[in-house]
Ligand binder design. Structure first.
Ligand code: C2E
Ligand code: C2E
Length: 95
C-alpha cells in the first residue's frame, strides 16, 4: 500500500511548504498582507521570530487558500510566482 521508503523521504524532504519571509517582504503589501499576518501569528505561537523561512502545515495552506478565495493549487502558483514558495512545494500541495 505504501511507496518504498526512499521515495517517501525524498518527496517529504523536498516538498515541505516553506515560506520565504524575506521574499514575502518584497511583495506588494495589499497582496502579501493576509499571508504576512498568518505567518506572524504562527511565529508568535511558536515563539520563533528569527527565521528567514517558515515551514507551515499543509492544512495552513488550505486555510490560506480560503482567505485568498482561491484553490490551494492556484494559491500555490501565486506564491511560487511571488518567489515566496519554491516550485517543489507543488508536490506537498498535490499530496
Ligand atoms: P499544538 O498544535 O498543540 O502543538 C504543540 C507542540 O507540538 C508544538 O509547539 C511543537 O513543539 C509540536 N508540533 C506540533 N506539530 C508539529 C510539527 O508538524 N512539527 C514539529 N517539528 N513540531 C510540531 P509549538 O511549536 O511551540 O507551537 C505551539 C502551538 O502553536 C501549536 O500547538 C499550534 O496551536 C500553534 N502552531 C504552531 N505552529 C503552527 C503552524 O504551523 N500551523 C498552525 N495551524 N498552528 C501552529
Ligand atoms: P515536520 O516537523 O518535519 O513534520 C512533517 C509532518 O509530520 C507534518 O506535516 C505532520 O504531518 C507530521 N507531524 C510532525 N509532528 C507532528 C505532531 O506533533 N502532530 C501531528 N499531528 N503531526 C505531526 P505538516 O503538518 O504539513 O507540517 C509541515 C512542517 O511545518 C513541519 O515539518 C514543521 O516544520 C512545521 N510545523 C507544523 N506545525 C508546527 C508546530 O506546531 N510547531 C513547529 N515548530 N513547527 C511546525
Amino acid at each position: 500500500m505504501l511507496p518504498d521508503g526512499s521515495a517517501v523521504s525524498a518527496a517529504g524532504a523536498a516538498s515541505r511548504i516553506i515560506i520565504d519571509l524575506e521574499q514575502l517582504s518584497s511583495v506588494p503589501a495589499d497582496q502579501a498582507a493576509p499571508l504576512a499576518r498568518y505567518a506572524a501569528t504562527i511565529q508568535s505561537q511558536r515563539g520563533d521570530y528569527n527565521g528567514r523561512v517558515l515551514s507551515i502545515r499543509q492544512e495552513d495552506l488550505r486555510s490560506l487558500a480560503v482567505i485568498y478565495d482561491a484553490s490551494p493549487g492556484a494559491l500555490t502558483e501565486q506564491l511560487i510566482g511571488w518567489g515566496v514558495l519554491s516550485a517543489e512545494a507543488r508536490r506537498a500541495v498535490d499530496a
